[in-house]
Design a protein around this ligand. Structure first.
Ligand code: TRP
Length: 458
């Protein structure tokens, strides 16, 4: 019985290393390679990057520790783990609402995430075909625009990506993940370095570097703060229970602190290298850094098109990025999956197919946001894609993170938290308290209120 309490009914990661790999797989994805460069470009570079890095350190780090801990202490789906911990600490069962918000949030994120992952999947074949060998920026850019304007093409690749995700998720999170991540992450990194070297050779590196690291606050609008903070949550996969669900399968006795260090460092390094590579290409080819979601799909094909064996390496690049997207997508389904398996006692296969179907239907709006429904912008002029992207990144994730910080900081017994996190020395306890009780929640609240007031009220 005692042993059962330390195991999850859904299975366990066979080792601490596998937990770290899975969490890195969840963290590193389109957020790092597709989204980070383009939002950094849209928000003017340096100052935005600085705010983002501060959010990672002061908010991301403690919230991730807290979230994984909640999962590992609860050993169930986020909803039921929170319920269990709240009861054990004599707190209101309403804390499980964090789990609900996250479970729904994960499905919403996946619905548009899989659309972009579908673009990536299409580009695997597009690059292998040699279409972009020795072309120029205009051709690559209009090729991307034309693709997005073709609703059925986008729909097809989105559907393919969803189908593969459901297939793998149905078989259980453990299988195959380790291999995919161990092989895929280093290879992505190698190809990013190739792109970086290309940028250096083409003479764009220095300007790209300055764009990213020269801090000029006059370029950062207030809303950029919220974008930076929201992205810190998004890229680390925190604030909605995904990492909590993975934490539930983390073996006892593995150090949570070192796991979080590794996840945060790897995630940040991948984003920075991707950004440097892409901005080097941007400046080498005289492109605009602020061209939005198409940035990756213009720069990377252009660079590989110029390199020897570029169509092969370019195809492989998109293949590895698709894998990275895939290991992230899997984590987005886990909170809902675990919950419905617990609740209805049905098999993972049935639940996976159901969740996959709901996500697929929800994603259709995002598929058509770039073509058939591009003029349908009832809320704040946002397309359906923008709407899902923004409500999750600006609202669900920061508010989920805020609630997690408050729960762990103020409502769980201190001794339990400290022993779970192995925070023993008194100075470590002071730092932890400062971070989780004050710095993280106050900064989230301040950024949130400031930007929301400015955005929606003025
Ligand atoms: N972190 C992933 C990325 O950067 C996306 C992701 C996976 C995610 N799971 C999540 C985002 C949970 C928020 C919450 O691509």
């Amino acid at each position: 019985m005692a042993e059962n309490q330390n195991r999850s009914q859904h299975g366990m990661w066979s080792s601490g290393t596998l937990f770290v790999l899975a969490a890195v797989g969840s963290a590193v994805g389109l957020g790092n390679i597709w989204k980070f460069p383009y939002i950094t470009g849209d928000n003017g570079g340096g100052a935005f990057l600085l705010v983002y890095l501060i959010c990672i350190c002061l908010i991301g780090f403690p919230v991730m520790m807290a979230e994984i801990m909640l999962g590992r202490e609860g050993r169930m789906s986020p909803i039921n783990s929170l319920l269990k911990l709240a009861r054990e600490s004599n707190r209101s069962s309403k804390w499980s609402w964090i789990g609900w918000a996250g479970t729904v949030g994960g499905i919403i994120i996946l619905s548009f995430y899989a659309v972009v992952a579908g673009w990536i999947t299409y580009y695997i074949f597009r690059l292998f075909s040699g279409e972009f060998v020795n072309t120029d920026a205009e051709v690559v850019s209009s090729a991307f625009d034309l693709f997005l304007k073709d609703p059925w093409q986008v729909f097809l690749w989105f559907t393919i990506f969803m189908a593969v995700t459901v297939f793998v998720v149905a078989r259980g999170v453990n299988k195959g993940l380790e291999l995919a991540i161990r092989i895929c992450m280093p290879l992505i990194f190698v190809l990013l370095i190739v792109l970086l070297v290309y940028g250096v050779a083409q003479g764009g590196f220095w300007e790209g570097f300055k764009f990213m690291f020269q801090v000029d606050f006059s370029k950062l609008k207030l809303n950029g703060l919220l974008v930076a903070m929201g992205h810190a949550f998004f890229t680390l996969s925190i604030g909605m229970g995904a990492i909590m669900a993975y934490g539930a399968y983390m073996p006892q006795g593995e150090s949570l602190k070192s796991a979080v260090w590794i996840i945060v460092v790897v995630d940040t390094v991948v984003a920075l290298v991707a950004g440097l590579a892409i901005f080097s290409i941007v400046f080498a080819d005289g492109l605009s850094p602020a061209q939005g979601p198409g940035l990756l799909f213009v720069t990377v094909p252009l660079a590989f098109g110029d390199l020897p064996l570029g169509s092969i390496f370019g195809g492989l690049f998109f293949l590895f990025v698709a894998f990275a997207a895939f290991t992230s997508a899997i984590s987005l389904t886990e909170p809902a999956l675990a919950y419905f398996v617990e609740k209805y006692n049905v098999s993972r296969v049935v639940v996976a197919i159901t969740i996959g179907f709901i996500t697929w239907v929800l994603g259709i709006g995002s598929v058509f946001s770039f073509n058939l429904l591009s003029g349908f912008t009832p809320v704040f002029g946002w397309t359906i894609f923008d709407f899902f992207d923004k409500i999750t990144q600006w609202f669900f994730l920061p508010l989920g993170g805020l609630a997690i910080a408050i729960l762990v900081g103020y409502f769980l017994p201190k001794d339990r938290v400290w022993s779970a996190l192995e925070i023993n020395s008194s100075w470590a306890q002071i730092i932890w308290k400062a971070l989780i009780c004050v710095i993280a929640p106050v900064s989230i609240a301040v950024v949130f209120v400031l930007t929301i007031v400015q955005h929606f009220v003025s």
